[in-house]
Design a protein around this ligand. Structure first.
Ligand code: ADP
Ligand code: ZN
Length: 529
């Protein structure tokens, strides 16, 4: 933009929003948008993504269109912008025809700088025809991970955004924003929006103040009550998979003197809003909810997030636990784990169409691996999001109550040989079968039963070998393709190990046979709870 200096951007920051400084990344992102380039932002919740499109929208000529799935929050967002004197409007299915006409007038006159739209509204023909008469500065797609069915929030209508934009406007700069994107989801988004050349801005997902732990789902109701009672006056969220369980637990907690309210999509919207307000204003301490609750909710002092049931993906889990401790103070993320939960989700996944089924199953596998693994939780979570975190965090259950270890050199060596003997073209399941000496269809058709490594690991079971391979990925002895086949490859470090050999300690998986360790984390300099 001609005439836009760092000075004017800073002036807007202070003059309009009242902030003295940019948060990490904001200034660079705004600069990239102003330069008319495609931009992709992955920033944790609360990082300050909104400003990244609000500031350029104000500076540039025309109107910026913000696509967002959060229909219920649009009015609220726009009201807040009005409060700072910013001309914004929204169009979604809840808006009466007359109000839509008003919004259009404002946009046509050039007064409106930001127009929020749901994907359904954006892709509607009459809206596209209208937008063609307007000068649009850029398109921001918020919660852009909804484009990918490799994520946890897939919205099919997000897939139509790109086609609609292409048909109506040709090339416009696109800014995609999300608080959750594994390497796979990121690849999916860039491809789908055809912005592979976008400038990438990724910030660490590490949330220092969150304590992660997994407990066996044994007498879970009792454990739940005990846990909540040991955190008096603290706000928390309990997530369940079903509406029925939400209702049951909310009732149970109230009966036990814990102020709580249910929240799920089956409740009337008036009731939902009422319960949400009660939670935000601390009239109730605990919100018992399905995953319908939480997106876009800004409550800084949520002290715990409990997953009563095992969630379907790690991405969803991380997003949900991310609602704890936004004020930076110590907060706890606790999950109850049971193999029955995994089986239940598997059954559910199997009822899906084939393509979806495989994705859902592989997301669930990652969840299961996380839950049973003895490795530092933070290390696993960050690795899942493509970050390297090599030390142990000392602020999760596995770090504070380390499970048994064993010398893993021989096993590690066997896996590397198995991967090499099959030309690094196969995924975990195949390698496990090869090691265990299982002559399945694939093994036979590739004649892998003829390899010298075939059956060399038959003394151990499937779960054992899966655990070894998972830990080798975390130790960067192996790597996995982002592509769909997920073939395992031996890294340089893996090659060096094979050549030189050195001691490697591996963790036994958690068996969850007993639950004797207490859930109170040892707090180390992470502020008061
Ligand atoms: P996100 O969309 O990434 O979750 P938001 O855009 O909602 O985050 O911002 C989170 C909070 O941080 C909001 O309350 C916002 O007003 C505040 N915020 C954003 N940028 C700044 C800044 N530069 N200085 C101070 N506060 C900021
Ligand atoms: Zn840890």
């Amino acid at each position: 933009m001609a005439g836009t200096t760092t000075q004017t951007i800073k002036e807007i920051l202070k003059g309009v929003f009242g902030y003295d400084q940019f948060r990490e990344g904001q200034e660079a992102i705004i600069g990239n948008v102003l330069a008319g380039r495609h931009t992709f932002v992955v920033m944790p919740t609360g990082g300050g993504k909104s400003l990244c499109y609000q500031v350029p929208a104000l500076i540039q000529e025309g109107v910026a269109v913000v696509v967002s799935p959060l229909i219920a929050l649009m009015k609220n967002q726009v009201d807040r912008l009005h409060a700072v004197g910013l001309n914004a409007a929204f169009i979604n299915s809840t808006l009466p025809k007359k109000a839509v006409d008003e919004v259009r007038k404002g946009v046509l006159s050039g007064a409106t700088k930001l127009l929020y739209m749901s994907p359904e509204s954006l892709t509607k023909k009459e809206n596209l025809t209208f937008l063609q008469q307007v000068h649009i500065s850029f398109i921001a797609v918020d919660e852009v991970h909804c484009i990918s069915d490799w994520g946890h929030d897939f919205r099919p209508e997000y897939r139509n955004i790109k086609t609609a934009l292409d048909q109506a406007f040709g090339a416009l700069p696109i800014l995609g924003l999300t608080a959750t994107a594994t390497p796979k989801v990121q690849q999916d988004i860039l491809k789908n929006l055809a912005i592979e050349d976008a400038t990438l801005f990724r910030y660490s997902f590490n949330r220092d103040n969150l304590y992660y732990s997994v407990k066996p789902k044994v007498q879970a109701e009792k454990e739940l009550i005990k846990f909540i009672k040991s955190h008096p006056n603290a706000s928390g969220i309990v997530y369940c998979q079903s509406r029925k369980k939400v209702e049951e637990l909310a009732t149970l907690l109230n009966l036990n003197g814990i102020q709580s309210a249910p929240y799920h999509a089956g409740l009337e919207s008036k009731v939902r809003v009422h319960h949400q307000d009660a939670f935000l204003s601390k009239k109730v301490e605990v919100m018992v909810a399905t995953i319908a609750f939480g997106m876009g909710i800004d409550k800084p002092d949520v002290r715990f997030v409990i997953h009563y049931d095992v969630p379907r993906s790690l991405e969803g889990y991380y997003q949900e636990t991310g609602r704890a401790g936004r004020d930076g103070l110590a907060s706890i993320c606790l999950m109850f784990y049971s193999a029955e939960d995994i089986i239940r989700i598997e059954k559910f996944n199997k009822s899906k169409p084939a393509a979806e089924r495989e994705k859902s199953q592989s997301l669930l596998r990652a969840m299961e691996t996380y839950a049973v693994s003895g490795v530092c939780r933070r290390k696993q979570l960050l690795h899942y999001f493509g970050e390297t975190y090599s030390q142990n965090c000392n602020y999760c259950d596995n770090c504070q109550h380390p499970p048994q270890t064993y010398s893993g050199e021989d096993c590690v060596k066997m896996v590397i040989i198995a991967v090499q003997q099959t030309q690094e073209r196969f995924g975990t399941d195949h390698i496990v079968h090869l090691l265990r000496g299982i002559e399945d269809h694939y093994i036979k058709s590739y004649r892998h039963h003829m390899l010298s490594i075939f059956g060399k690991g038959s003394a151990r079971d499937k779960a054992f070998w899966q655990s070894v391979i998972n830990q080798m990925l975390l130790l960067a002895l192996l790597s996995k393709d982002v592509g769909d086949a997920s073939a395992l490859k031996v890294t340089k470090a893996g090659g060096i190990f094979l050549e030189k050999g050195y001691p490697i300690l591996l963790y036994e998986d958690n068996t969850y046979a007993s639950s004797d360790h207490d859930e109170q984390p040892t707090t180390i300099n992470r502020g008061q709870e």
